[in-house]
Write a protein that binds this ligand. Structure first.
Ligand code: BGC
Ligand code: ZN
Length: 368
């Protein structure tokens, strides 16, 4: 790919970003297996990578909020045409076709440089640069939790005390973190028997880990519930119906797994429906994240570093150095059993990035 230029973005709002790190996840796995995603018009390939982290190299004349040297993460979805897109909430689009960088119809960030509009680029403070590549997955959690809180305003008063998370992968761990940072008692359900890396990470933030090999979600609810909120992040759709049964009265169940398969299960539908009706319960699906959730994610990262210093960094289990090693990157993503976050180190974090860009700058520098 040719190096992009600021002129590609209208109104002087361009930001040229040098990519430092790019995380990969289940979505990339599906794209790589040709089960999901599409190339942009005029291309027969898609540059993947939607979990970017980089450093600003240059900004257009109308960009006041970012400057060269700033660490940044770009959002993933770009606006379509629905009313939700037009008010800055493209994550809520009702359009059938959506544009997501690195996923659908727009190239992603697994490249040396990208350029985009400053409106879609969020600053990450220097002190979070080591963990900045986790921001995009964190935004998925931020949106889910924020949506649950918004929905629960229906209750006039909602003081959630106990939460459950199904799934102890990257999203499950981040959901547990965010819920702990909100002061909730958190129980995480995963398949693997404890102890293992993820259960130990959960212990560090005082979240309870339960293996569904010994205790089902419903049994866990009887012991550690009632759950005011459940965040589902397993990627295994049958567990949704168990989570529905484990949800407490007035509770909210947040679904975040993108399940592209064709699984069918039998469920006790009368009972689930009855308890939902009699318990005023809610289930909500959530996908993607707009700028607001990226900003909230940055705040929670800072809070996490203050409360559980070094915890986020432990999620960065599988670095793969260099864009040229993309096949190793995808290999690690598809085969590493104990990986939490697999990511590409496109360029080292500490390299000098501040360079002078215009003749004016150079002249100014020389005359000082
Ligand atoms: C990304 C989201 C995206 C979703 C569906 C996820 O992996 O984090 O931003 O909306 O995939 O394409
Ligand atoms: Zn993702």
């Amino acid at each position: 790919m040719p190096k992009p230029s600021l002129d590609e973005i209208p109104n002087g709002r361009g930001v040229l970003v040098r990519v430092l790190r790019v995380g990969v996840d289940g979505t990339d796995k599906e794209i790589n297996a040709a089960e999901y995603g599409a190339a942009p018009d005029g291309y027969d390939f898609l540059v993947i990578g939607h979990e970017g982290f980089g450093q600003v190299e240059a900004v257009g004349a109308a960009v006041t909020e970012l400057k060269p040297g700033d660490f940044v993460v770009a959002t993933v979805r770009r606006p379509g045409t629905s009313i939700y897109d037009r008010i800055g909430t493209s994550d809520m689009t009702t359009d059938d076709v959506y544009f997501e960088r690195g996923i659908n119809l727009r190239h992603g960030y697994l490249t040396e440089y990208y350029v985009d509009d400053a409106d879609f680029i969020v600053k990450v403070p220097k002190g979070l640069s080591e963990v900045g590549v986790l921001l995009e997955p964190l935004t998925v959690v931020e949106k889910g939790v924020t949506q649950a809180c918004e929905i629960q305003r229906r209750l006039r008063v909602w003081h959630p005390k106990k939460a459950a998370v199904t799934g102890a992968g990257t999203i499950g761990l981040l959901a547990a973190l965010v819920l702990r940072l909100r002061g909730l008692d958190v129980t995480v359900f995963g398949q693997r028997p404890a102890p293992y890396r993820n259960s130990e990470l959960l212990a560090q933030i005082d979240a309870r880990y339960i293996s569904t090999k010994t205790t089902s979600v419903i049994e866990g609810a009887a012991e550690y519930g009632p759950f005011d909120v459940i965040f589902e992040a397993t990627g295994f759709s049958p567990i949704v119906f168990e989570a529905m049964q484990a949800l407490g009265k007035n509770g909210a169940l947040v679904l975040s797994s993108v399940t592209g398969g064709d699984r069918h299960v039998d469920v006790p539908s009368d009972m689930i429906n009855l308890k939902f009706v009699l318990g005023n319960k809610v289930v909500v699906g959530t996908v993607n994240a707009n700028r607001e959730y990226f900003e909230r994610g940055v705040q929670d990262m800072a809070l996490a570093e203050a409360e559980y210093a070094g915890w986020l960094g432990q999620l960065l289990t599988h670095p793969v150095r260099g864009l040229e090693n993309y096949s190793e990157l995808l290999q690690t993503l598809t085969t590493a059993k104990d990986a939490i976050k697999v990511y590409c180190e496109v360029a080292p974090l500490g390299a000098p990035a501040l360079r002078l860009h215009s003749d004016v700058d150079v002249a100014a520098a020389v005359s000082v």
